[in-house]
Design a protein around this ligand. Structure first.
Ligand code: SAH
Ligand code: SF4
Ligand code: F3S
Length: 445
C-alpha cells in the first residue's frame, strides 16, 4: 500500500500568492501529498511568503520557529519556503533557518516537484533564478482548489513600475504577459468545469501585452474572455491609475459581463508625495480617471490602497490624502503605515515623522473610511443587486454571495443556487456585509 504523505501549506500575501498556492497543491498532489490542516502531522511543510511590509516578513520567521520544534519530533519532516521572502532572502534564509530543506523563488514553481523529491532523499536545494519567458506560465492547469465557481486567471506577472516604496518589482521580476490564446483556453476550460466568474490577475493589468506587439491589449483581452460561453461575470485586478486608458474605462459601459468594480490604488493624495513615490500621476489626474469611471458606469464601486507616513509626508500632505479619499468615496480602502523595504529607493529617504504621528494619521483615515463604507452599505438598502452565490456563509447557516460591485451579501436560499447570479433585494447594510433576500427564489433558470 502506498502511504499517503501529508502537506501543510500556509500562504501569506496577495492574490498572486493565493493563486500560486493553488498550483502548489496541485503539484504536490502529483507526487503523492494530500493537504492537512495540522502541521504537527505533516511530512512536508511549505510556506508561500510575502515581503511587502517588514511585518509580513517577520511573520515568516515566527512561523519557522514553530516548525523547527515540530521537526525535532519528526526528523523526516521537509520544510520549504517559497514566494517573495524566499526570492529576496535566498541563501540567507538557509543561514538564518538551517533546518529549512528547500527555498524556491517566485519563478521556480515548475521545479518544485523535483526539489521535494530531492529533499526526500536528503538533498537541500535553492532555486531563485528569474525566468524571462512564458515558461513561468506553463504550470497553468495544475491548480487544485475548492474555490468553486470563481477563479483567478493570471494574465501577467512581474512589475516594471518601481514605485519607490515597493519590493514587488524586486521579488517578482520584470513584467511579462501571457499570450491571449492561452488565457482564453484556460478560461474556456474553467467554464467547462462549471466556473462562472473569473478574475484576471496581474500586478498592473492595464499594461497587459504592452511588450507583445501583435497581441490584443487589455480592453481587447477583456472582450475575448467575455465571449467565453459559461462565464457570467468578469473582474480584473490590479489597475495602475497612470495606465488606465479611455478604452479600458469604456469597457465598463460596453461589456455587460464586466462587473462594476475597480480596485484603483491612489497611495496618496498629495502631488509632492505621489512624485516622491514615483507613481506617475497627480491627484487631479487620478480624480479625473475616477470621474470618467463613474460617468461610464454609474454605481461603480471603487476600492483602493493608501500608504500613510511615506518619508517626507507632512501634516498638510496627509490632509490632501484625506480630501482625495472623501472625494472618491471608496467602497473599501486598504491602508498601511509605510514600511521601509531593503533595496527600494524610498528606503534611503530620510524619514523624520514619528511612529505615533503615523499611527494617529492611519487611525484618522481608517475611522473616516469606516464611516464612508457603512454609509455606502446603508445606501444600498432597498436596491436590487445581481448577486453571484458562492456557497455557504462562514456560519454555514446561510448563503454567501457577492454583488457586481464586490460587496459580500448574506442571504437565505438553497445551496443549489451556488454558482448562479440571482437578483437580491438588499434589506440591511452593515459595516462589512450586506443582508439580502432573493427576489426570485428560483434564480434565473
Ligand atoms: N500591484 C499592486 C500593489 C501590490 S502591493 C498595485 O500596484 O496596485 C499592495 C499594496 O501594499 C500597495 O498598493 C501599497 O498600498 C501597499 N504597499 C506596498 N509597499 C508598501 C510598503 N513598503 N509599505 C507600506 N505599504 C506598502
Ligand atoms: Fe508595487 Fe507599484 Fe508595481 Fe504596484 S505598480 S506592484 S505598488 S511597484
Ligand atoms: Fe507580497 Fe509578493 Fe504579493 S511581496 S503582496 S506576496 S507579490
Amino acid at each position: 500500500m502506498i502511504q499517503e504523505k501529508k502537506l501543510y501549506l500556509e500562504t501569506f500575501g496577495c492574490q498572486m500568492n493565493v493563486s500560486d498556492s493553488e498550483k502548489i497543491v496541485g503539484l504536490m498532489k502529483g507526487i503523492g501529498y494530500q493537504q492537512t490542516p495540522d502541521p504537527t502531522h505533516a511530512d512536508l511543510i511549505l510556506l508561500n511568503t510575502c515581503s511587502i511590509r517588514a511585518k509580513a516578513e517577520q511573520k515568516v520567521y515566527g512561523h519557522l520557529g514553530k516548525f523547527k520544534s515540530i521537526k525535532r519530533k519528526r526528523p523526516h519532516l521537509i520544510i520549504g519556503v517559497g514566494g517573495c521572502v524566499a526570492q529576496q532572502e535566498g541563501e540567507r534564509l538557509l543561514e538564518k533557518a538551517p533546518f529549512v530543506n528547500l527555498v524556491f523563488g517566485t519563478h521556480n514553481l515548475h521545479l518544485l516537484q523535483e526539489m521535494v523529491a530531492a529533499a526526500e532523499t536528503g538533498k537541500r536545494r535553492i532555486e531563485t533564478d528569474f525566468l524571462d519567458d512564458e515558461k513561468r506560465f506553463d504550470l497553468y492547469g495544475v491548480a487544485d482548489t475548492d474555490s468553486g465557481f470563481t477563479r483567478f486567471v493570471t494574465v501577467m506577472q512581474g512589475c516594471d513600475n518601481f514605485c519607490a516604496y515597493c519590493i514587488v518589482p524586486h521579488v517578482r521580476g520584470r513584467e511579462i504577459s501571457r499570450s491571449a490564446g492561452k488565457i482564453v483556453e484556460e478560461v474556456a476550460a474553467l467554464a467547462a468545469s462549471g466556473v462562472t466568474e473569473v478574475t484576471l490577475l496581474g500586478q498592473n493589468v492595464n499594461s497587459y501585452s504592452s511588450k507583445n506587439p501583435g497581441e490584443p491589449d487589455f480592453p481587447d483581452l477583456l472582450r475575448l474572455v467575455a465571449e467565453v460561453d459559461g462565464i457570467e461575470r468578469l473582474r480584473f485586478t490590479t489597475s495602475h491609475p497612470k495606465d488606465i486608458s479611455e478604452r479600458l474605462i469604456a469597457c465598463f459601459a460596453e461589456i455587460p459581463k464586466l462587473a462594476p468594480h475597480i480596485h484603483l490604488p491612489a497611495q496618496a493624495g498629495s502631488d509632492r508625495v505621489l512624485k516622491a513615490m514615483n507613481r506617475g500621476y497627480t491627484s487631479a489626474e487620478y480624480l479625473g480617471k475616477v470621474a470618467a469611471l463613474k460617468a461610464a458606469c454609474p454605481g461603480i464601486q471603487i476600492t483602493g490602497d493608501m500608504i500613510v507616513g511615506f518619508p517626507g509626508e507632512e501634516a498638510g500632505d496627509f490632509e490632501e490624502t484625506m480630501a482625495l479619499m472623501e472625494e472618491v468615496g471608496y467602497a473599501d480602502l486598504f491602508s498601511f503605515i509605510y514600511s521601509a523595504r531593503p533595496g527600494t529607493k524610498a528606503a534611503e529617504f530620510p524619514d523624520l515623522t514619528g511612529k505615533e504621528e503615523k499611527q494617529a494619521r492611519l487611525e484618522r483615515l481608517q475611522t473616516a473610511q469606516k464611516k464612508t463604507t457603512l454609509e455606502r452599505n446603508r445606501s444600498m438598502e432597498g436596491t436590487i443587486q445581481e448577486v453571484l452565490v458562492e456557497g455557504l456563509s462562514d456560519s454555514k447557516d446561510s448563503l454567501f454571495g457577492r454583488t457586481g460591485g464586490n460587496r459580500g451579501v448574506i442571504l437565505e436560499g438553497d445551496l443549489a443556487l451556488a454558482g448562479k447570479v440571482v437578483p437580491v433585494k438588499i434589506v440591511e447594510g452593515l459595516q462589512t456585509l450586506l443582508k439580502g433576500e432573493i427576489v426570485d427564489p428560483h434564480g434565473r433558470e
